[in-house]
Write a protein that binds this ligand. Sequence first.
Ligand SMILES: [Zn+2]
Length: 94
Amino acid sequence: MSVEPGRIPAPDRATKQLLWDRMIASKQTVSSYVVMLDGGSLETLDLTAAQAEGFECLTCKSQHTTESGAFRPVGHIPSVGTVFQCLKCAGGAR
Ligand SMILES: [Zn+2]
């Protein structure tokens, strides 16, 4: 098996998925966050840490992975991060 010089072999898919699942599982604590929506309004929402940090859709909690790709930033939480919705939710509810 030949590896290009200078390239570090990437972790395989199963390993990546396992690490991702663990990371998401560690972020399921729900707290209240004040979200600044892109329209300029402030809303207090009960979100998991994963949602607040942009790893899950704000509405349906589907995971924001590089594969899913179709997420749209809808606002941000000061000092936490940007929140996203999947295109299905972003297109529907607003
Ligand atoms: Zn969604």
